[in-house]
Every structure is written in structure tokens, then in C-alpha cells.
Design a protein around this ligand. Structure first.
Ligand code: NAD
Length: 301
């Protein structure tokens, strides 16, 4: 069992760190919010007063932070390079960043980590808060093979599917590609269902037809956006729970920035981003992203 420092006990990090404790690892954690640390102590973790304290004796450091600037600030310090956790870590430490951030920041942290003899992987996740609690997340890992192999047994305590996407940054790029595709599929599914309903079709009947036809996709199959069609979907629970519009917008922002950097043509991604941004701006950022169906109903184009 390893001694692990865990930084960022939010909606995702809290249950992920708890699963590491459950698996028998010794976990010292830090979060800016005292309440999150108090909850972590209740499940058997150790609360630290700062990140530098959490890493004392750690073989592995895991971070689960909101965005790129938090990750860069934690590991690299401020713009002058003052502070930063990397310089305080022992040679041979493995650093795993599971935050969803831009690939450039992941690569910047890796370059600095490697100079100090520290292994780094980016390992963003898919599966949401339910997957974090159940320990069934998918980890999409970018990094050297040796670092990936080092990370695998640790990630297995928090997830079910562990993918090696390629070099550092590849985890982030794969996650962005997936979520951009998901946004297009969800918007397209909502669009087709709305058109069918307005032409007199029953949404359940239409969904059953399309799920066995060539329009079949994940949104239709297990996440139907029309209320009442699928009992277990957020749409049937006032779009509560699930994956928030605000988080989809964050991921689409990262995807479009990556596409611009690689000069990739992403007209569908841009269109989906516009729909989800407008929906968030209209005050629905806190709802599950399948609520894009409601956006179609109230915005007749
Ligand atoms: P969150 O806002 O709930 O948690 C982030 C935590 O980081 C907060 O508790 C905050 O206090 C802490 N924090 C920020 N800066 C810190 C610092 N310098 N030191 C210590 N703690 C610090 O966010 P979340 O929902 O847990 O998401 C975390 C990451 O996972 C994000 O990048 C998000 O995009 C990604 N993600 C989220 C979901 C989801 O469904 N929530 C799903 C997949 C991926």
C-alpha cells in the first residue's frame, strides 16, 4: 500500500480520495475548504494544513482541481517560478493530475517534473460524481509507459477502466474529443426528438425506433433528454444530478481552444458549443446537460 497526498477534495476528489482510503492506502489530503477536510477525516483520511504538509513521505501525489491555473499554481508556483510543489517532492515520486485542463499545462508540468526526476501523468476522468463515489471512473491517462504502469494500481482503487491514450497531454485531448462528440450527440438527439414530437410522434416510440436504427447513440440509449421517456435519466428528475451544463461548457471551451491550436476544423463542435453556451447564459448552467432539449423548445430558430 502506498502513502498518497491528495490535493482537492471537491465533488470528485472527495469520493476518489475516500476510495483510496477504503483500498488501504494511507492518504494525507489538503483542500482550501475546511469542511471538505472534515468530511475526509470522517472516512479515515488524514487532513493536512497545506499541500506541502500533505506531501511529506508521499510516494504518489494526486490532484483533482478545477482548472489549468490551479494545477500550474500548485505544481509550478507563481509566474516567477517561486513556490510550487514539484521542487519539494522526492526524486522518483509519481504525480497524477486528474483535473480536466488544457494539454499545454499538463505538458508544462511534466517538463518541469522530469527535470527533477519526478514522473508525471495527466489522468482526467469520465464517469461523473456517481462514478467517483462508486469507484467506477474511467481514467484516460497520458504519460510515459513506465509512469502509466506505476499509476495503474493506484488508479484501479478509484476506477474501472484505465486507458493509456499516449504521451502526456493525450489524456486531456482524448477527454476533450469525447466530450465534444458527446455535446454534438446530445444536441442532435434532442433536436430529432423535438422534431418528431412536434410532428405528432410519441417520444418513447420514436426513441425505441431510433435506438434500433442507424441514429442509435449513447444519449438515446441511456440518457434520453425528454422527460418521462427514461425513468433513470436526469431528464425525468427535472434535469437534476448528472453532468452540469457549466461543466460541459468548460470542456467545450478547452476543446475549441485545442482545435484552434491545431488548426482543426470543428464546425459541429462550434455549433454545439454555441447551443450549450446560450443555454448556460440563459440561467441553466446548473442543470444536467441533457436539458439542452428545453433550449430547443424555448428557442425556435
Ligand atoms: P470542485 O469545484 O467540486 O472541486 C475542486 C476542489 O479543489 C474544491 O474543493 C476546491 O476547494 C479545491 N481547490 C482549488 N484550488 C486548490 C488548491 N490550490 N489547493 C487545494 N485545494 C484546492 O470540482 P470537481 O467537480 O471535483 O471537479 C474537479 C475536476 O474534475 C475539474 O477539472 C472538472 O472539470 C473535472 N471533472 C468533473 C466532473 C464532475 O461531474 N463534477 C466529471 C469529470 C471531470
Amino acid at each position: 500500500m502506498a502513502q498518497i497526498a491528495f490535493i482537492g477534495l471537491g465533488n470528485m476528489g472527495g469520493p476518489m480520495a475516500a476510495n483510496l482510503v477504503k483500498a488501504g492506502h494511507k492518504v494525507h489530503a489538503f483542500d482550501l475548504v475546511q469542511g471538505a477536510l472534515d468530511e475526509f477525516v470522517k472516512v479515515g483520511g488524514v487532513a493536512s494544513s497545506c499541500a506541502s504538509e500533505a506531501i511529506i513521505g508521499a510516494q504518489v501525489v494526486i490532484s483533482m482541481l478545477p482548472a489549468g491555473q490551479h494545477v500550474a499554481g500548485l505544481y509550478l508556483g507563481d509566474e516567477q517560478g517561486i513556490g510550487g510543489l514539484l521542487k519539494q517532492l522526492a526524486k522518483g515520486t509519481l504525480v497524477v493530475d486528474s483535473s480536466t485542463i488544457d494539454a499545454q499545462t499538463s505538458r508544462r508540468v511534466e517538463v518541469n517534473a522530469n527535470k527533477l526526476g519526478i514522473n508525471f501523468v495527466d489522468a482526467p476522468v469520465s464517469g461523473g460524481t456517481a462514478g467517483a463515489k462508486a469507484g467506477t471512473l474511467s481514467f484516460i491517462v497520458g504519460g510515459e509507459k513506465i509512469a502509466f504502469e506505476q499509476a495503474q494500481p493506484i488508479l484501479q482503487a478509484m476506477g474501472k477502466n484505465i486507458f493509456h491514450a499516449g504521451a502526456v497531454g493525450a489524456g486531456q485531448v482524448a477527454k476533450m474529443c469525447n466530450n465534444m462528440l458527446l455535446s454534438v450527440l446530445m444536441a442532435g438527439t434532442a433536436e430529432a426528438l423535438q422534431m418528431g414530437i412536434e410532428n405528432g410522434l410519441d417520444p418513447k416510440v420514436l426513441s425505441d425506433i431510433m435506438v434500433k436504427s442507424s441514429g442509435r447513440n449513447w444519449a438515446l440509449e441511456i440518457y434520453n433528454p425528454v422527460p418521462g421517456v427514461m425513468k433513470s435519466a436526469p431528464a425525468s428528475n427535472n434535469y437534476q444530478g448528472g453532468f452540469m451544463v457549466d461543466l460541459m461548457n468548460k470542456d467545450l471551451g478547452l476543446a475549441l481552444a485545442a482545435a484552434a491550436a491545431s488548426d482543426s476544423s470543428v464546425p459541429m463542435g462550434k455549433q454545439a458549443a454555441k447551443l450549450f453556451n446560450d443555454h448556460g447564459d440563459a440561467g441553466y448552467g446548473g442543470l444536467d446537460f441533457s436539458s439542452i432539449y428545453q433550449h430547443y423548445l424555448s428557442n425556435k430558430a
